[in-house]
Design a protein around this ligand. Structure first.
Ligand SMILES: Nc1ncnc2c1ncn2[C@@H]1O[C@H](COP(=O)(O)OP(=O)(O)OP(=O)(O)O)[C@@H](O)[C@H]1O
Length: 584
């Protein structure tokens, strides 16, 4: 991954992100649309040239009182204007269609990469964690696909404008004499000199904007992340009455946003001050150059207007390139932001691919047993900083076993569960996972947004008999919810932590897994409910294998053996004496 991340070349990164769409199954539509947009763009430049030469013909006819020619040129203008309106509208339409198609394709692809092989989880474990993936998948992809169409097309239009008007200005220069001297291409040289001098000054004044644009994306993402955290932990904050402290922290986070904005405002003030003056002066330059020729009667008013229009078009094209393709773009449409977003998406995509590759070649090897038994051979579990949590673990959990994993806090109980689930990447050895259905119940069960029945059938979403669902809900003390199976509510906020844990037990009973892995799944319940949950579960699924993680001695009696982690990487696999456990 580091080698890929080290590749900072703009065009390399752009190719890496943009090319796959134009090679995908949608490539012919994409290439067709892009070609159409290019053709329409070239037509727009052609029409603009038509307008410029029209000025000459019309104003000269007006100056010479050639009535029929005046009306003929009015007709020509109408034809040009109609063509311009139709072609510009068609170009904008095609651009937006290409942008949304590309955005849909890229978003779908990145979501697939993010969700497959638990990459979203692995990314969090990475020391070089990718910040704000949500922002990258929503705003950044939108901006990237939008600008990846807009900027090259606008650049093409600007370059073709500069070249074609350059040719026109060259030919118009033949009519001009400066103090008795004819300079070939004089208008073109004056135009170029003016534009290049302006570009050079703006580049110098606006250089810091590149850095400021980059950093602005990051501080805004960080601020939004904090807002999401507050929303997620709203209840804890409310009960602790710590709204004031949180508000202070949020304001501190917002501070850098304002700070960067201020720095941008001042820098933009200098850049705008210069470019506005530059643009105003640009109106005068062609007049100063052409008025002597007019007074010498070598050109008419139409000639002055034609040359001014050509100047204007070329200066606008230069200004566009200056604003968007130098490192000082002051507007939204700027290559600096495009580049910053490209970098953010590139590092995200490289990171996703890196974790996908790692997931495909895990250090812990996995296979599936032919029976619902779990076998662990020579498993060593480590931490990202290479510390060893559990060494050389060998375990055979037979179908129907009920094993309790216990040990001091931080000894690696939950990490072992993660390794069994295949999501912990640091370690060595092999795990033979059980055949059949395995259900993991964590301390905070996930209740998807939507109807309650979806929380009861997650992750299988299988159809269930409502009468049976009602009976199971009653058996876990939640009979009152039986009438709300199809009601969509934010169940994870509406139900208490203990009720959510009971929903998870109901889910287990309804989905009838072969193996149930419970990680402190009764931590929010009192002892009576804890007993009820284990008894209901073992009665409903007498043949299921149960692996529990827990601290309380009250759950020992529901198990037949115990894996005790000592906290210094050692472990002991012991049988539980049922009489002793019941007495405890
Ligand atoms: N993503 C991570 N990055 C770094 N260290 C981690 C990560 N996840 C867990 N650890 C560390 O691994 C150790 C074991 O964590 P684990 O959650 O497995 O402990 P546990 O035995 O389940 O603890 P508890 O009983 O408190 O739940 C802890 O020291 C924890 O800080």
């Amino acid at each position: 991954m580091d080698a890929d991340l080290a590749r900072t070349g703009f065009f390399y990164r752009l190719r890496y992100l943009a090319l796959p769409y134009f090679r995908s199954e949608e490539r012919w539509r994409a290439i067709g649309l892009a070609s159409l947009i290019i053709a329409l763009t070239l037509s727009i430049v052609g029409l603009n040239l038509g307008f410029t030469t029209w000025y000459n013909a019309f104003w000269n006819a007006l100056q010479k009182y050639q009535i029929s020619l005046i009306w003929y040129n009015v007709g020509v203008f109408c034809a040009l204007a109609l063509g311009w309106v139709v072609i510009n509208s068609a170009q904008q339409f095609c651009i937006q269609i290409l942008q949304i198609r590309w955005r849909r394709w890229l978003t779908t692809r990145i979501i697939d990469h993010w969700m497959s092989n638990n990459t979203h989880y692995r990314l969090q474990l990475d020391a070089q964690e990718i910040d704000n993936p949500d922002q990258r998948m929503s705003d950044d992809i939108d901006f990237f696909t939008g600008q990846s169409v807009n900027l090259p097309i606008s650049a093409l239009q600007a370059v073709v404008t500069i070249v074609s008007y350059g040719v026109l200005l060259w030919s118009l220069s033949a009519k001009l004499v400066f103090f008795g001297v004819k300079i070939p291409g004089a208008l073109l040289w004056v135009n170029l000199l003016y534009a290049i001098a302006g570009t050079w000054f703006v580049l110098k004044i606006g250089r810091p904007l590149f850095y400021l644009n980059n950093i602005q994306q990051k501080v805004m993402g960080d601020f939004r992340f904090e807002l999401i955290r507050v929303r997620d932990n709203s209840e804890t904050i409310a009960t602790a009455h710590s709204g004031g402290a949180e508000a202070a922290r949020l304001k501190t986070r917002f501070g850098p946003v304002v700070d960067i904005f201020h720095r941008r405002i001042y820098r933009n003030l200098y850049v705008n001050g210069f470019t506005f003056s530059f643009n105003q002066a640009a109106v005068l330059v062609p007049l100063i150059v052409t008025i002597p020729a007019y007074l010498a009667k070598t050109i008419l008013v139409g000639g002055i207007i034609e040359i001014s229009s050509a100047f204007n078009q070329t200066q606008q094209a230069f200004a566009f390139i200056l604003n968007n393709f130098s490192s000082v773009g002051s507007g939204y449409l700027s290559i600096t932001e495009w580049r910053a977003v490209l970098d953010r998406l590139y590092t995200f995509e490289v990171s996703l691919r890196h974790h996908q590759t790692q997931a495909a070649a895990p250090k812990i090897t996995y296979a599936t047993n032919s029976t619902p038994a779990l076998d662990i051979d020579n498993l060593a579990l480590g931490l990202p900083d290479n510390r060893c949590l559990i060494a050389n673990l060998n375990l055979h959990v037979a179908p129907g076993d009920r094993m309790l994993i216990s040990g001091p806090t931080g000894s690696g109980k939950s990490t072992l569960i993660r390794a069994i689930a295949g999501i912990w990447p640091f370690g060595a050895g092999s795990v033979h996972t059980p055949a059949g259905r395995v259900l993991f119940i964590p301390q905070r069960p996930y209740l998807p947004n939507g109807a309650l029945i979806q929380s009861l059938t997650f992750p299988y979403n299988q159809p269930l008999d409502p009468t049976r669902v009602a009976a199971v809900l009653t058996s876990v003390g939640l009979g009152r919810l039986a009438t709300k199976l199809d009601t969509a509510e934010p169940w994870d906020r509406e139900l208490s932590p203990g009720e959510q844990q009971r929903i998870a037990f109901a889910r287990c009973i309804l989905l009838e897994p072969d193996v149930i892995i419970l990680d402190e799944a009764t931590s929010a319940l009192d002892e009576d409910y804890e007993a009820l949950m284990y008894q209901t579960l073992t009665t409903a699924l007498p043949r299921a294998t149960i692996i529990s993680v827990g601290h309380r001695s009250t759950i020992v009696k529901y198990h037949t053996r115990r894996l005790r982690l000592t906290g210094d990487s050692a472990w002991h696999d012991e049988a539980i004496n049922p009489i002793q456990a019941a007495a405890d």
